[in-house]
Design a protein. Structure first.
Length: 367
């Protein structure tokens, strides 16, 4: 099992280091190779996704990715910015389906921004299409406005587009995932004003005919955003396009207590994938031992389950994380009164200890 390790920028190296430590506790043999990506790669090689890094990612069975980005690169031309690395990996590896589970652990209900009774037992799976939509649509650019009230003024434009096959394959992924859960899919669109998403709605409805055992409902994106904070447990599997999924998955992350708890898997049709935390590079806390590594560690569990066919090892990691939370350990983003605040390394130590079956001191928490 060959795994490409791409730590990236900011806190990426810190959180990936703890995830790799967790992997090393398993009774499995991994071949790992590390490469630069994002701003780190730009500094070293003049491009956020060097050919050698892309080659490594293509040859690996799975990619463990940290995070990319830093404010100091914001003035670079867009093609050289760190964020282009992740877009390039998605495109070149054919990673069209993004899985983001939003689970609120029993011990973290008080860390959520919502009332505990609204998030207790929360278990949502957001499936986001990754390679189409306005993020990749062409043409795009800047020009003089050719028409309208401000004809001749400078304007910028992007193109939102989806083909039938793109929508069909992500719809199949969503319905198949729902069959393993509560058999409910909510398709999120903006069909009332966007032709692209009227087409999305039509195609998803057609695909649904092949899954009569799964319930389907459609919801406009603005209503979905509202329902996620009003009644989040009404959702099971939520499927949507690239841009809407980008926004809604971050919103759902805060239901769980912190985006630092949200893992992510991006898969291609062969089941090979890129695994990363849902959060960014957080350059403001980089190097300060403050980052929460649990989303990255949980991303390793997803990697073991979806790409490496090691479900028992995945279960071990998820159980270790639950044990650490039950023992009262918290990084700053999920800390609450009565729990033990720890840093990145110490949280990694606790997970490693749990995986090795060592006793960790239980912190008595207040209910």
């Amino acid at each position: 099992m060959k795994i490409a390790i791409l730590p990236g920028d900011g806190i990426g190296s810190e959180i990936v280091a703890q995830a790799v430590r967790a992997m090393q506790c398993l009774d499995l043999r991994f071949e790992t190779e590390t490469a630069a990506v994002g701003g780190a790669a730009y500094e070293a090689q003049g491009h956020p996704l060097p050919e050698a890094t892309l080659k490594l990612a293509k040859e690996a069975d799975a990619v463990l990715f940290g995070a990319v980005g830093d404010w100091k690169y914001d003035k670079l031309e867009r093609a050289l910015r760190p964020e282009q690395a992740i877009l390039g990996l998605r495109k070149n590896l054919g990673l069209f389906a993004n899985f983001r589970p939003a689970i609120c652990y029993e011990q973290l209900t008080h860390a959520s921004s919502l009332k505990p009774e609204l998030v207790a037992g929360l278990d949502i799976l957001i499936i986001r299409e990754l390679t189409g939509d306005i993020y990749f649509g062409q043409p795009r650019g800047r020009r003089e406005s050719p028409d309208g009230a401000f004809k001749g003024a400078p304007e910028a434009f992007d193109t939102m587009r989806y083909t039938r096959p793109e929508i069909e394959r992500i719809a199949h992924v969503a319905f198949q995932a729902a069959r393993k859960r509560s058999k409910r899919v909510t398709s999120v669109d903006k069909a009332n004003v966007l032709e692209t998403f009227q087409f999305w709605k039509d195609v998803v409805t057609e695909v649904h005919a092949q899954y009569p055992d799964v319930e389907l409902d459609h919801m406009y994106v603005d209503n979905a955003a509202m329902q996620l904070v009003k009644a989040p447990k009404k959702f099971d599997v939520l499927v949507t396009g690239n841009m809407f999924g980008d926004i809604l998955s971050d919103e759902a992350a805060m239901l769980t207590g912190s985006i630092g708890m949200l893992p992510s898997a991006s898969l291609n049709e062969a089941g090979r994938g890129l695994y990363e935390p849902s959060h960014g590079s957080a350059p403001d806390i980089a190097g300060k031992d403050l980052a929460n590594p649990l989303a990255t560690i949980l991303s390793v569990a997803m990697m073991l389950r979806f790409s490496l066919n090691q479900p028992e090892a995945a279960d071990r990691i998820e159980s270790a994380v639950k044990h650490v939370l039950a023992s009262g350990y918290r990084t700053a983003d999920i800390w609450s009164e009565g729990t033990q605040k720890v840093g990145t390394r110490a949280m990694g130590d606790a997970v490693v200890a749990a995986l090795k079956g060592q006793t960790t001191k239980t912190i008595i928490t207040k209910s």
